[in-house]
Design a protein around this ligand. Structure first.
Ligand code: GUN
Length: 287
């Protein structure tokens, strides 16, 4: 029997409705209108599409959204100045600098420059530290989006073996942390695999829950998946015939018990958590 499809679009719509209701309540009770500012540097078409998606979702949830588009030649100083101006602007609750940035800009210095209280990506070291200690201010958008998919799909993770494929700062590393912590969609025994992992296929085959986030099209083949595993595919890879994930979807679907499609799986959840974080940032300011 093919795997159950985990419908990220539907689950994200549910989360976004929850956020919209909470936004209305916040505005009614405090007059504070949550406001996200996105900063897009250069003209990477994929980044422009992502940012547009984030803005549209904000507007639908009643969150004010502003976009700053800067040219590809923007300097480190110019971007830092803009971030500092947004930090100081009390009408701005969330700041999102879309990555990747052009080569002349050091992304770490920009991440450090964002006020931690407005860091709705949860990239700032203060927020990463709080998350590591299990007392998060914000939750990282894509990893927590994956957790919510597991929760809404009634996937038991406690005591299970979760394998995270990829160790990026944005997805793999925080995903492993969230899965090993105490709580919902957590309490798992976690293995992280990456480009230097020996016997990678054998490691991946041990997974009850597999999160694929390595950015290589159709990397996870059916022979690497344990029968009945739950497969979360974070990959968004542009290939000649469209967009594919990190998982070879059709054959793996025959083996797994549940699987996320690409598109329509994790992607919409990243945006839904971004809205939750923006609402939280506005609430913190309203306190
Ligand atoms: N680029 C790819 N994913 C993300 C994300 O979640 N946030 C930001 N700021 N940039 C990204």
């Amino acid at each position: 029997m093919p795997a159950q499809l985990i419908d990220g679009k539907a689950i994200s719509a549910k989360v976004r409705e929850e956020v919209a209701a909470d936004v209305r309540h916040l505005i009614d009770t405090t007059g504070v209108e949550p406001h996200l500012v996105a900063v897009l540097v250069g003209d990477d078409p994929a980044s422009a599409i992502y940012v547009r998606g984030k803005q549209k979702a904000c507007e639908k949830a009643g969150i004010r959204s502003t976009l700053h588009r800067l040219p590809a030649e923007t300097t480190q100083q110019q971007l830092t100045d803009l971030v500092q101006q947004l930090n100081a602007d009390a009408t701005v609750h969330g700041i999102l600098v879309q990555l990747p940035l052009p080569d002349q800009i050091d992304p770490v210095a920009i991440i450090d420059a964002v006020a931690p209280e407005k860091d709705v990506d949860c990239f700032h070291p203060e927020n990463v530290g709080l998350m590591v200690q299990g007392r998060p201010r914000f939750l990282p958008c894509t990893p927590h989006g994956c957790q919510r998919l597991l929760i809404e799909s009634d996937v038991e993770t406690s005591g299970k073996h979760a394998v995270v494929l990829g160790r990026s700062e944005i997805v793999g590393k925080p995903m492993a942390l969230l899965l090993m912590q105490r709580g919902l969609a957590a309490d798992a025994t976690v293995t992280v695999c990456h480009s230097r992992t020996r016997d990678l296929a054998e490691q991946v085959r041990q997974a009850d829950i597999l999160v694929a986030a390595i950015g290589r099209p159709k990397f996870v083949t059916a022979d690497m998946v344990k029968p009945g595993a739950v497969v979360i595919d974070v990959g968004i890879n542009r290939v000649d015939d469209g967009i594919v994930g990190d998982v070879d979807f059709e054959p793996v679907r025959e083996i797994a018990s549940a699987i996320t499609p690409v598109p329509g799986g994790v992607g919409p959840m990243t945006i839904a958590v971004l809205l939750q974080n923006t609402l939280k940032a506005a609430r913190l300011l309203a306190e």
